[in-house]
Write a protein that binds this ligand. Sequence first.
Ligand code: F6P
Length: 535
Amino acid sequence: MASNQYIVYTDGSCSGNPGPGGWAALIRHNGDETEIAGSAAMTTNQRMELHAAAEALRLTPPGSIVKLHSDSAYLINCFKQSWMDRWLKNGWLNSRGQPVENRDLWEQLLELSSERKVEWIKVKGHSADKDNTRVDLLAREIIKTDNHADSGGPPYPQISLNGGIKGKGSEERVGSMRRLGVLTGGGDCPGLNAVIRAVVKGATYNYHMEVIGFNNGFRGLVENDAEVINDRAVSGILNRGGTILGTSNRDNPFDYRPGGSDYRDTGRDRSADALENIKKWGIECLVVIGGDGSLLLAHRFSELGLPIIGIPKTIDNDLPATDVTFGFDSAVTTATEAIDKIHTTAESHHRVMVVEVMGRHAGWIALQAGMAGGGDIILIPEIPFDYEHIIKKIDERRSCDKKFSIIVVAEGAYPSGKEPVYQNKGKVKRLTGIGPIVSEEIEKRTGIESRATVLGHLQRGGSPTSYDRVLATRFGVKAVELFREARFNEMVCLKGNRIESVPLKAAVAGTKQVDPQSEQVLAAIAVGTSFGCAF
Ligand code: F6P
């Protein structure tokens, strides 16, 4: 957990000179406290000190408690002896009635300190002084790295905004901002925008980092279609479905086909281009928000040395390393509402109504929405069904004067001894079509009028539920924390009600399916639901 208490040491040019026009910082974590030593070199001495203080303060999150140590009497007195108040009252004129120099930097400092609880501490003004040792030593550590032995050596190069340079003697060294990349991959899903918002806000509000968004999933990474996403860009998107970044489930950088996999037979390995683009942007870690396909690609990139943090997304809820994926609750809510509405026609027309829901090879959506919507028969891939048992249940209901029945069927469900039903489009096989087949078969065998409704992409659309908005936000915030703690190649996850993380490898190991013996399935059976099988 990143601490919320900071000790900031600022230094102008005298001992920690990072070179003409340069700025460098050293950050290290000490139990509950974080130490930041900032050192700057600008054109005049006072500007150096102010610049170092402002930049170092920027590295502390708004709202935090900061003890700022400086050897500049001028800087400290301005705050401690209320000189600033006087300047503000006098329209930035000093006691001699002259304009205050470096007003731009003073204004920055004023704003930064108003957002934090800053205690200004003056330390004695020479590197040889005992009290000044900490400021001086830390500043010296900054310049000791990367063959720049001392301030007498070659000037330290200006650290670019991309920052994040590791150096000997320091835990990490940063420029003005560290950069995090983010992309959304695979099918769209309610809650994607909520995660993007959480990553951007979490990174910029708390850690003064910059987030680079790649458009259209891994395609943007290969084509270098990316931009900075700032706080304003994520304003008002919490409740919006889809993804502001766009997505794609057809663009594999290791087998890349420009028009998508439907259109060309052979692909090229463009992973090197993707890595090059990461380097160009100075990104230290890529956050991949996706399902098993995208996380598998992310895992391959992690094996090539790219630090990755995964966030589990899918309406199917079929990822093994998390109890729940975001998007699932929204899909279930949509499917439940649909089943509620289908009831009206079923009841009025005494029909058998079949509702096909998504979920690939896992029956989570069918089970959850089927139970919530009061489905009489739930068919899931984990329990192959027999028509005899379905018809037995329909007859049973009719004998109790219940003239209609609702069947909720997962797209991956299939009769025992048969295979799941696919529809082919070009080279892509789509798992769908079992709903109409079940409906026709029942009408043929019973003579009862039956209709099928395939809910399809309705389940991926619209606003995320409040549950998904909160889960997505918690996932996004956790991803930023993992980055701060340099815990890469992990995926955030939900265990019970705790947000945790697991190795990325575990996240892509297989599919999480419904256990036919689980308490939830048994509860459904206990209230009379049939799974189209003997039990
Ligand atoms: O994984 C999410 C999902 O909606 C599945 O439930 C479904 O089988 C699949 O994606 C459909 O993908 P597409 O939008 O590419 O047809």
